[in-house]
Design a protein around this ligand. Sequence first.
Ligand code: ATP
Length: 403
Amino acid sequence: MKIGIFGGTFNPPHLGHLAAAQTAIDVLGLDKLLIIPDAIPPHKALPENTPAPEHRLAMAAKLGDALLLPEVTEVSSIELDRAGKSYTSDTLAALREQYPEAELWLLMGTDMFLTLHQWHEPERILSLAGICAFGRTEQDGEALFAPQREHLMATFPGAKIVTISLPGLVDISSTQLRAMLAKGEGADDLLPSVYGYILMKGLYDTHADLKHLDIPQLRACSYALVLAKRVRHIRGTEEEAVRLAQRWGADETMARRAGILHDCTKYLSGQEHIAICEQYGVPLDSLERTAPKLLHSKTGACIARHVFGEPDEVYEAIFWHTTAKADMTTLEKILYVADYMEPNRAFDGVERLRELAYRDLDKALLLGVETTIQEMEERKLPVHSNTLQAQAWLKGHGVTTEG
Ligand code: ATP
C-alpha cells in the first residue's frame, strides 16, 4: 500500500494545496492520502489570528473531501493531538508503526524541499519515507530542484526522491490569503467550502454579515455545510430553479437563493435536526420524529431564515421542498420540481417531468408527488400526510398527469 503524507499548517488550505494533493495522488498512484495539520510547526511561528486547531482540522477535511476520490483521503489529528513541536520524524515513526508494510511518501512544496536537510532528524525522515517534491511557482523548475536532490542523495544514501510538476499549479500561499481575507478578498484562491467555513466562523478577520451575503458568498456557505459530492446537485437545483422562475414569472433571485440553500442541513444527524426544530419552534409530527431525514427541508428553512436572513418566501419554499403540501405558491412549486428534475437527476420518467415542468407546472408537481408516493409504497414506507394532501388538492383542482 502506498500512503502519501501531506503535512502543513493549512492556515487556511487553498487551491495550491488542492492541486498538489491531487497531482501527487495521480502521479504516485497513492492508495491513501493523509492530510496532517501541524500543531506547532518547527519551521515557522503561527500568526496571531490563527484559528483554533479544530478549525484548521475542519478546513483540512474540506480539502480532503474536495479531492477526486475523497474516500482515499483521511485527515489526521496525529500532530494536533501530540504535545510539543510537530516534528515530521516523530509523525513518520508513528505512521510506520501504524502501517508497518506501507510505502510512505512525504509530499512537500519547494520551500520545504529546499530546506529539508535543516529539519529535525532529516536522516530519520529520509529512512522512513520517500520524498515527493513539487514546485509552487512557474519558476520552481529542475534548475532549482536538481542540486538539492543530488545533495540529499549524496548526504543520505538510499534516499528516495521524486520531483513532480503540477499541471494545475496555483501560485498562492496561506500568508497571502490571510492578508487578502482581512480585506474582503481571496475567494478565488480558496475552495468555496473553505471560504464559506471561514465566513461562517468569522476567521481571519473576515467579519461577514451572514444576513447580507451576495450570491457567491451564499453558495460558499451552503457548500461549507455539505459534502462535496452534493454540490453538483445543489448547483443543478439552483440553475433549474432560476430557469423555471423565468418561465413562470417568479422572482429569480429568491428562486436562486432557495436553490442554493435547500439542502444545507442534509448531513445533520437526527438529533441535530430535532434540536434545530425545537430551537426555532417548528412542530414535528410522529412520522418526522421517527424519520428525521424528512426534516432536512424544515431545518434547512430555519437556517435560511435565522442564519442567512432569508425572507418568508425562501423559507417556505425550502420548508416544503421534500413533502410538498396543498395549495403551494409558484416559488414553492418551482423549488420542489427543480429539485426533482435538475440536470444531474437520472431516473425512469425524468424526461417526462422535465418536459411537463416547462409546459404545465401543476402537472409536473403532481407527477413529482405521485412518483414519490409510488416509490414510498413500493418500499413499504409511510407517505407523509402533506404529500397526500398535495396530491388530493391538485386532483381536486382538476390537475392530472395526462396529456
Ligand atoms: P504559509 O503562507 O502560512 O507559510 P503555505 O501556503 O506555505 O502557508 P502550508 O500549509 O505551510 O502553506 O503548506 C503545506 C505544504 O503545501 C508545504 O509543503 C508547502 O510547500 C505546500 N504548498 C503550499 N502552497 C502551495 C502551492 N501554492 N502550490 C504547491 N504547494 C504548496
